[in-house]
Design a protein around this ligand. Structure first.
Ligand SMILES: Cc1cc2nc3c(=O)[nH]c(=O)nc-3n(C[C@H](O)[C@H](O)[C@H](O)COP(=O)(O)OP(=O)(O)OC[C@H]3O[C@@H](n4cnc5c(N)ncnc54)[C@H](O)[C@@H]3O)c2cc1C
Length: 441
């Protein structure tokens, strides 16, 4: 789905409850009271759509990338938290549990039962805890999987508490169109959760993978190869990634995203380049051939540039080389003769992977590779330092017409920010730069 249509759909769904309340035939209340209800309804609509945004659905993330999708998920969560925090404090009308018979439209009071108050307070507190623990995730000591489980269960609980609060106490939500709207949105959220945690693992059972090989290729960096157990071809585009789980069954939270480093031309296997970081990646050395593997995907919008791009610029930082290797390998497998310049940054020389293969490709095609080292060894004659506008200008500026090329970037966020700024300073339009960050924050 085009990203503009997706955005229009999103805004339409988020604005719908206020629009439906506006056209209801209920008489108006003081401005602050209606503002408070509007903020709460918009926040709840946004919250229910968060289930869809975080559900790894390709129709949502394929155009803007999973990293941008998750960034929107975080941004919307923080915005809705502000709306919800304000919500109870700006009401001006008094609270009454049983409406008097002469004011059934509740224009002069807030109708709140004990259940409505309790679910409202519990949902309000839990939502705050959910967003704040997500923002402070790196500082908390529990594992990513524990955080993911508690975040998912917490979100379901908040959605349920707020549903009770909304139907019990919402002045507008009891009206016909809004009841249908909330029921539909709750249904979408429930189906998203069911799909992610039940349907998707069940589908994986039909298509088990196994580990073919594991080998260390650089300091704390491993090459892992998997294939379908029945050796059927694996469909993906160069530059995409899979969520990979190496567990006995697919009903697990232990799955991590890894870019595919091999080319679709060699589609009986997929190869990953994995850098040790935390629990799972540090256990790669203990994985053996024959172990079961499960994949979710392919995902991701970083892919081989369209044929009308006259050349390709690749900028990789560390293990960010993985998806760019896939693109390079696919171009060569297809006999794509467009010129390519690869800027490959690492801290140290022993962190460079597939150096020989890159040299062979450079010797046999129009590929120019520049290794950039942050901590070069004595006698290093290549480029040194960090990626900045100067480095970008030196490497890409010397090639005539490189402003019209397509650029694929993958690496640490700070490096990508510098590379994007450098490319734009060099005259490359933002629309020709595609970046993928391996972290969401
Ligand atoms: C689109 C994408 C592609 C990636 N490709 C590669 C690659 O080719 N090679 C490579 O070495 N690394 C890649 N990564 C990073 C890799 O996913 C993490 O390093 C890995 O998940 C860490 O897991 P861990 O259990 O070792 O560490 P943990 O200590 O569990 O996690 C460390 C950090 O990794 C991230 N992370 C962990 N699990 C997940 C998860 N299930 N979903 C999202 N983020 C998670 C979180 O930010 C977490 O704080 C990629 C990340 C993304 C988002």
């Amino acid at each position: 789905m085009p990203s503009s249509l997706l955005l229009a759909l999103y805004l339409g769904i988020a604005a719908a409850p206020v629009a439906l309340a506006w056209i209801s035939d209920l008489p108006p209340r003081p401005f602050l009271d209606d503002l408070s209800s509007g903020l709460a309804m918009t926040a709840y609509a946004v919250m229910l759509m968060e289930f869809l945004l975080s559900g790894r659905f390709r129709f949502v993330s394929s155009k803007i990338g999973i990293d941008q999708t998750m960034r929107f998920h975080q941004l919307f969560a923080r915005t809705l938290l502000v709306f919800v925090l304000i919500h109870p404090f700006i009401y001006t009308l008094p609270i009454i549990a049983n409406p008097p018979p002469w004011d059934l439209a509740a224009t002069g009071f807030l109708k709140l039962t004990n259940i409505g108050i309790l679910t409202g307070i519990a949902g309000w507190l839990l939502l705050g805890a959910l967003v704040l623990t997500a923002m402070a995730r790196d500082a908390l000591s529990y594992s990513y999987e524990t955080w993911r489980l508690s975040h998912g269960l917490g979100a379901i609980l908040v959605a349920a508490l707020v549903a009770i609060h909304t139907f019990d106490s919402g002045r507008y939500s009891g009206t016909g169109p809004l009841t249908i709207y909330w029921t539909g949105l709750l249904g979408i959220a429930a189906v998203s959760m069911l799909y992610v945690y039940l349907v998707s693992p069940l589908l994986k059972l039909l298509s088990p993978f196994e580990v073919i090989s594991v080998r260390q290729i650089a300091e704390r960096t491993w090459e892992l190869t998997i294939a379908r157990r029945d050796r059927r071809p694996i469909r993906f585009k160069a530059g995409q990634f899979f969520w990979l789980g190496i567990t006995r069954h697919p009903f697990t939270l232990r799955e991590n995203p890894f870019s595919i480093a091999s080319a679709p031309a060699n589609n009986r296997q997929v190869q990953f380049v994995i850098k040790e970081l935390g629990d799972f990646t540090r256990s790669i050395s203990r994985i053996s051939p024959g172990q079961r593997a499960w994949v979710d995907g392919p995902h991701g919008g970083l892919s081989l540039p369209e044929p009308d791009a006259p050349g390709v610029g690749l900028i990789a930082g560390g293990v960010g080389i993985a998806p760019l290797l896939s693109v390079l390998r696919e171009m060569r497998a297809r006999g794509d003769e467009r010129p390519v310049i690869l800027l490959y940054g690492n801290r140290r020389e022993d962190q460079i992977v597939y150096r020989e293969e890159l040299e062979n490709l450079a010797a046999t095609s129009d590929l120019n590779v520049t290794h950039l080292l942050g901590e070069p060894p004595d006698g290093w004659s290549g480029a040194t330092g960090l990626v900045d506008a100067q480095v970008i200008g030196d490497i890409f500026g010397q090639r005539k017409g490189s402003q019209g090329w397509t650029y694929l970037l993958c690496g640490p966020p700070a490096m990508l920010n510098a590379a994007e700024a450098g490319l734009m300073a060099h005259g490359v339009p933002a629309s020709q730069i595609v970046s993928e960050r391996f972290v969401y924050d």
